[in-house]
Design a protein around this ligand. Structure first.
Ligand code: DP6
Length: 373
C-alpha cells in the first residue's frame, strides 16, 4: 500500500528582511523578519508526499528531476516530521507505522525556475506541509514553521497566508524561532505586487553564503540586526494593522536598501542590485514624487528582480506610469497612464532594455490541502 497526501504552498516576499544566522545548523536568524505571502494563482509549489514499506529510499523529485536528499536541510525536515509521527504511533498502536517507511516527495512549481525567483521558501513549506498531511500531524502552522525553518529560513513564513512574521526567538535550541500570522490576507486584500524579472547574466552569491559573509565581516550589520530591525518590526506590524500603506512603503523601501547596504559593506562586497534594479528604484521614487505620497514600494531579495507593492486603488497610477517601459514585456498588461502620475522617458528606457518578464500578483492565502482525485 502507498499512502499519499498533497498540498500547495505559496511564495513570500519579505518587507523586513532576514539576513544573518546566529546558528547555521538550526537556521536561527540574527533578526526577526516580516513578509507578504503572494497569491498561489500566480506562484506556487505543488507537492505530493507518499510513503510505503515497498519504497527503497527517501527520494525527492523537483520539476521532474531527482534531487539530493542527503543534505542537512532535507534530513532535518524528514527527521523532525518522522519523530512527530512516531510519537502518534506510540500513543496509538492501531496506526500504520508510516514513520518507518521511505518517503517519495514529488514537487512542481507553476512558475519558471529560470525566472530566478526564490523558490526554496515555497518548496520547503510545501514539503513540510505535505508530509505533515501524510502523517496526519495535529501540529499548527506555527509549530510546523519550526521545521520548515530548518529547510530554509524564509520557508517558515510560507506556512501562512497574508502578512507573516518570523520571530527570531532567544532559545539556543530554536524552539521559539517561529512564524506567526500578523494579519490574514482578508485583513488587507487590496495589496498587489508587480514582480519585474531582470535578466541576470550570471548567478550571484547564494543567500545562505552571502548572509554568513555579512555576519562575519560587516561592521554595519550589528547595528541593523540589533537596533534598526527590532524597531522596524514593531512599526511594520502597526502599519499593517492600520492598513497604512505610506508607512508600509516607507519601511519596505528603507529595509530593502539597508539590506543591500550591509551586502555592500561585506568583504568582499556582495552586489545583488544591477543598473536595471537601480532604474526600477528611481522610477518608483519618481512615481511617488509625482503622486505626492507613497503609492508604490520596491523591494529586492538576493538578486536583481524588483518587487513593487502597491494598493489596488492605485493600480492605474502605478502601472500606468511604468507602462511606457514595460509595454510588450511577457506578463505585462497595458494600462493607460493617468494624467497626474506620469514619469519621463529617461526613467523608463532602462526598464525597456532590462526587464524580461513581469508577474502581476497580489497578497494570497497559505498552503492549501489538495485532495487526491
Ligand atoms: C534576502 O531563506 O533563502 O530573501 O535560510 O540560508 O535558506 P537560508 O536563506 P533564505 O534567505 C532569504 C533571504 C532574503 C530575505 C528574506 O526572505 O527575508
Amino acid at each position: 500500500k502507498v499512502y499519499t497526501a498533497s498540498t500547495t504552498a505559496p511564495v513570500n516576499i519579505a518587507v523586513i528582511k532576514y539576513w544573518g544566522k546566529r546558528d547555521t545548523k538550526l537556521n536561527l536568524p540574527t533578526n526577526s523578519s516580516l513578509s507578504v505571502t503572494l497569491s498561489q494563482d500566480d506562484l506556487r509549489t505543488h507537492t505530493t508526499a507518499a510513503c510505503s514499506s515497498t519504497f527503497s529510499t527517501d527520494t525527492l523529485i523537483l520539476n521532474g528531476e531527482s534531487q539530493d536528499v542527503s543534505g542537512a536541510r532535507q534530513q532535518a525536515c524528514f527527521r523532525e516530521l518522522r519523530s512527530l509521527r512516531a510519537a502518534l504511533e506510540s500513543a496509538n498502536s492501531t496506526l500504520p507505522k508510516l514513520s518507518t517507511f521511505p518517503l517519495l516527495i514529488v514537487s512542481e512549481n507553476n512558475f519558471p525556475t529560470a525566472a530566478g525567483l526564490a523558490s526554496s521558501a515555497a518548496g520547503f513549506a510545501a514539503l513540510v506541509r505535505a508530509i505533515a498531511n501524510l502523517y496526519e500531524l495535529p501540529q499548527n502552522p506555527t509549530e510546523l514553521s519550526r521545521i520548515a525553518r530548518q529547510g530554509s529560513g524564509s520557508a517558515c513564513r510560507s506556512l501562512f497566508g497574508g502578512y507573516v512574521s518570523w520571530e527570531q526567538g532567544t532559545e539556543t535550541d530554536g524552539s521559539d524561532s517561529l512564524a506567526l500570522e500578523v494579519a490574514p490576507a482578508s485583513h488587507w486584500p487590496q495589496m498587489k505586487a508587480a514582480i519585474l524579472v531582470v535578466s541576470a547574466a550570471k548567478k550571484g552569491v547564494s543567500s545562505t553564503s552571502g548572509m554568513q559573509a555579512t555576519v562575519a565581516t560587516s561592521e554595519l550589520f550589528s547595528h541593523r540586526a540589533n537596533v534598526v530591525v527590532p524597531q522596524r518590526m514593531e512599526k511594520m506590524k502597526q502599519a499593517i494593522k492600520e492598513r497604512d500603506f505610506e508607512t508600509f512603503a516607507d519601511l519596505t523601501m528603507k529595509d530593502s536598501n539597508q539590506f543591500h547596504a550591509v551586502c555592500l559593506d561585506t568583504q568582499p562586497p556582495i552586489f545583488y542590485l544591477n543598473d536595471v534594479s537601480r532604474a526600477a528604484i528611481r522610477a518608483v521614487d519618481e512615481i511617488n514624487k509625482k503622486a505626492g505620497k507613497k503609492i508604490a514600494a520596491y523591494t529586492f531579495d538576493a538578486g536583481p528582480n524588483a518587487v513593487i507593492y502597491y494598493l489596488e486603488e492605485n493600480e492605474q497610477a502605478v502601472l500606468g506610469a511604468l507602462n511606457g517601459g514595460l509595454e510588450g514585456v511577457e506578463g505585462w498588461k497595458n494600462v493607460t497612464a493617468s494624467a497626474d502620475v506620469s514619469i519621463e522617458e529617461a526613467f523608463l528606457q532602462p526598464l525597456k532594455e532590462g526587464i524580461t518578464r513581469v508577474i502581476l500578483t497580489r497578497v494570497g492565502e497559505g498552503p492549501v490541502r489538495v485532495e487526491e482525485s
